[in-house]
Design a protein around this ligand. Structure first.
Ligand code: NAP
Length: 311
């Protein structure tokens, strides 16, 4: 069965928990989401599992938000090793875990579950995946960078901001269409920075309005711009940052990987800036999840080439 092409339903998972139905018995990992059809995770993880010589396989299951608790319990009963969680389950899943790792507790979201008997352990590999991606694509550590996050209020943007705070980045600029969300997030980021005595945390986290003048002023003090909004997925989407504000000294990371070159990345490249799309983040968060489930290093090259064929 082509596990990249097929999306299973909650009904299929119910049948599997009874030892019936169409989900093959070797499937012992899955991503739960809604919508989840577009997910590239089965191709990436199955390439990794094959390269490791493991017999388990990874599937995608559409799970409506109100059914998450049931789906997690069904997967545990069906002898799954664990799960990935994507939109809209990452926050709700916190309450279903019997234990949380430090990162998921600090980021307030879970994207990976590990089943161990009756224990359901929650992890978050999105933030650490971003750290690894930045190191890989720009050969520099996130903790050394002054970062501007566009979309600092959405799910991915919140994880990025809080991970930057955990990394103790020297300066964080939060931008979000709905500014109130960025303000709430800034408080949490300041809390995480509070233990750091080098400088007052308030000085290091700034929320700015989505205006050209505010962006211009702050870009002059920014090393890395991260786009964590969904703007750029469609070619008709408006530009997030006016092209003339982008300069050659910037690094620009767009979490979007489809299309591989968004308007933001194209404008940044034209300005001479260094750029990368979100494929490396997808790869590294996936590799970290696989390491949690299997307790052995993930085969990055196999996973990367599976993604490259699809993205
Ligand atoms: P989300 O929770 O729905 O957040 C969407 C964000 O986009 C919010 O900050 C929202 O601002 C902003 N936004 C939406 N429409 C906008 C507009 N017209 N103008 C300006 N801002 C706008 O989604 P998400 O899960 O965080 O995902 C965001 C993006 O990151 C998606 O493209 C997703 O594919 C990508 N992503 C990539 C990876 C990876 O591994 N590469 C991982 C996770 C997510 P408001 O708060 O004002 O609504």
């Amino acid at each position: 069965m082509d596990l990249q092409a097929n999306t299973f339903s909650l009904q299929d998972l119910r049948a599997r928990a009874e030892g019936l139905g169409i989900i093959p018995p070797e499937v012992r990992l899955a991503v739960l989401g809604s919508p989840v059809t577009h997910s590239l995770s089965p191709a990436m993880h199955n390439a990794g599992l094959e390269a490791l010589g493991e017999s388990f396989r990874y599937a995608k299951i559409d799970c409506p938000p109100e059914c998450l608790a049931e789906a997690v319990e069904l997967a545990r009963k069906a002898n799954f090793l664990g799960l990935n969680l994507t939109i809209p389950h990452k926050f709700e899943a916190l309450g279903l875990c019997t234990e949380l790792d430090d990162t998921s507790r600090q980021l307030g979201a879970v994207n990976t579950l590990l089943f161990d008997g009756r224990r359901v352990v929650g992890f978050n590999t999105d933030g650490p995946g971003l750290v690894r991606a930045i190191r890989e694509v720009f050969s520099i550590d996130l903790r050394d960078l002054r970062v501007m996050i566009l979309g600092a209020g959405g799910g991915a943007g919140s994880a990025a901001v809080l991970q930057c705070a955990l990394e103790k980045c020297p300066h964080l600029v939060l931008v979000n269409r709905t500014e109130a969300k960025a303000r709430d997030l800034a408080k949490k980021a300041s809390e995480l920075l509070r233990s750091d005595r080098l400088e007052g945390p308030e000085d290091r986290v700034q929320v700015i309005p989505y205006t050209e003048s505010a962006l211009r002023e702050q870009l002059a003090r920014t090393d890395l711009v991260i786009n964590a909004t969904s703007m750029g997925m469609k070619s008709a989407d408006p530009r997030l940052v006016p092209a003339q504000l982008l300069t050659p000294d910037l690094m620009v990371f767009d979490m979007i990987y489809r299309p591989p070159l968004t308007h933001l990345l194209e404008d940044a490249q034209n300005a001479g800036a260094r750029t990368a799309n979100g494929l490396s983040m997808l790869l590294h968060q996936g590799a970290l999840s696989l390491e949690i489930w299997l307790n052995r290093p993930a085969p990055l090259d196999a996973m990367r080439s599976a993604l490259a064929k699809l993205a």
